[in-house]
Write a protein that binds this ligand. Structure first.
Ligand SMILES: [Zn+2]
Length: 500
């Protein structure tokens, strides 16, 4: 089966485009990937089709808009064709190492097409990542007093803010200091994933392979490896300080001005997470080189979404406004035997990534894929017809609660220069001129650029029409049946309605 190129796909959780060196970041987060970028296509405007993870990955793995099967369906349908299933059908060995993100599990269909799928989840993935609890207060007298004070907190008026600050500091001090940064981390670090991946690579015979790694190092809580801080030239961070920073950043009682005072320190921790990814990519590539597999391996690195650091007052990556810090991600594409060319600045939606990769290994994309190959345009250095749509359900921060999934949709339509963000409840449309206002600080007045607004609205309308047409698809029905069975299996005292 030798002949086709192998594919290594790396998705990094929360990696925003402007925090990698090859996209112009000033700090040394990605020296290895920067060197790889010299021989790779670097897509300047890669845009995710949804955010966060659960609205992004269906587009990356199955080239399908995240809400196309209905807002209540999460993940990939049981029989939907995916990049992995097509490659598997063509004789590839396939393995995925998805580093502990509960939305990337077999439960949501992501194991489809893989011989080996490892999600590093302890249970069946029925957990959320949105809870980021404050350290608990003691159960002694002080703890009881605090609980009483908390009960009367709403009546405290302006004094309540002083109480909040004191209570936060108190909790930090009474909670025993963690032993290490490693003990604070919730996900396996990139070295664990890369080690496992290398072991698998060593075990596959010389067929082409597809390897997918999903790395969580830049995801909150921001607890980088000590070694990564050293590589960044940063001073060591004590485990106490790292926990303090993460707890502070997670407070719900503060406004952006108060968060601003610790922003740079938090970003320093995040950047060190990116640096560890870079270091481990070097390990992986060197392994492939020594194993004589690098010369026929396509290597792709991108992200499922970015991360907010108060750019518009927000933190983390909630589904809300689809601003650039959330939807603009790096995309580095190294294809052996294909010379690097400059890539058009027009948006490259990640919906096109899977068909582009299949094209690069001379396989036909399934008709179900929404995206189209950009391989020819990349090879020839041509401009794409560039529009990228991104969508999410506003406020759905915990989709394990099915009722959270049925909020109002947010949709953005991004061209090279203009971007329209549509909210449906309450109805609002914000048009940005990204050339004049790259930080998206001020939407254009409704009287400005009417023709542009009309054009982007028409694209949005067509997208919504397509989404409605998909609602009757067999893929939706299959996904709903799967979810029903999972719910049934988890209901206490119930046996599965389907014979196993
Ligand atoms: Zn994510």
């Amino acid at each position: 089966m030798r002949g086709r190129k192998s594919i290594v796909l790396v998705t990094v959780d929360c990696l925003r485009a402007d925090h990698v060196g090859f996209m112009g970041y000033g700090r040394p987060t990605t020296p290895f990937l920067d060197s790889l970028a010299q021989q790779s296509f670097v897509v300047p405007t890669a845009i995710v089709a949804g955010a966060p993870t659960y609205y992004s990955l269906p587009a990356i793995t199955a080239s399908r808009y995240p809400l196309a099967l209905g807002r209540d369906v999460l993940g990939v349908g049981p029989e939907e064709p995916t990049l992995a299933s097509v490659l598997k059908g063509a004789g590839y060995s396939a393995a995925a190492f998805a580093g502990g993100n509960p939305y990337l599990s077999a439960r949501f269909g992501y194991e489809r097409g893989f011989d080996l799928f490892r999600d590093y989840l302890e249970s069946d993935g029925a957990q959320t990542m949105e809870e980021n609890p404050q350290p608990a207060a003691s159960s002694g007298l002080a703890g009881r007093l605090n609980r009483k004070l908390q009960a009367i907190r709403p009546a405290m008026g302006p004094l309540g803010f002083v109480y909040d600050a004191l209570y936060f500091e108190y909790c930090q001090r009474v909670t025993p200091a963690p032993a290490s940064l490693d003990s604070l981390r919730r996900f396996p670090a990139a070295d664990v994933i890369v080690d496992d991946a290398c072991r698998w690579l060593a075990s596959v015979s010389y067929t082409p392979f597809f390897l997918w790694l999903h790395l969580m190092d830049p995801h909150s809580p921001y607890c980088p490896k000590d070694a990564a801080l050293g590589l960044m030239g940063q001073k060591p961070v004590t485990p106490y300080r790292a926990r303090y920073m993460n707890s502070y950043w997670n407070r719900s009682d503060l406004g952006p001005r108060r968060f601003q005072r610790h922003r740079d320190e938090v970003v320093g921790l995040y950047d060190a997470g990116v640096r560890w990814v870079d270091e481990q990519m070097k390990v992986l590539v060197e392994f492939l080189q020594h194993a004589n597999r690098w010369d026929d391996s396509i290597f792709v690195l991108t992200a499922d979404h970015g991360e907010e650091f108060l750019d518009h007052g927000g933190r983390y990556h909630p589904p809300s406004r689809l601003m650039e810090e959330l939807i603009h991600v790096p995309l580095l594409l190294r294809i052996p035997g294909v010379s690097k060319r400059e890539v058009s600045k027009a948006p490259f939606s990640l919906i096109h990534l899977a068909p582009t990769l299949l094209d690069a290994v001379q396989l036909t994309a399934p008709v179900e894929f929404h995206g189209r190959s950009r391989f020819g345009a990349l090879q020839r250095g041509e401009r794409f017809e560039g529009v990228a749509l991104s969508e999410c359900v506003a406020g759905c921060t915990n989709p394990f609660h099915a009722e959270n999934r049925i909020g109002p949709r947010v949709l953005s339509v991004r061209e090279a220069r203009y971007k329209l963000v549509l909210h449906f409840d309450p109805v609002a449309e914000d048009l940005y001129d990204l050339e004049a206002d790259p930080g998206e600080q001020t939407p254009l007045a409704s009287t400005e650029q009417k023709a542009v607004r009309r054009r982007l609205l028409e694209i949005a309308r067509e997208h919504l029409k397509q989404a409605i047409a998909h609602q009757e698809s067999p893929a939706r029905v299959q996904a709903l049946l799967r979810d029903l069975q999972i719910e049934w299996n988890h209901a206490p005292g119930k046996a599965s309605p389907v014979a196993s």
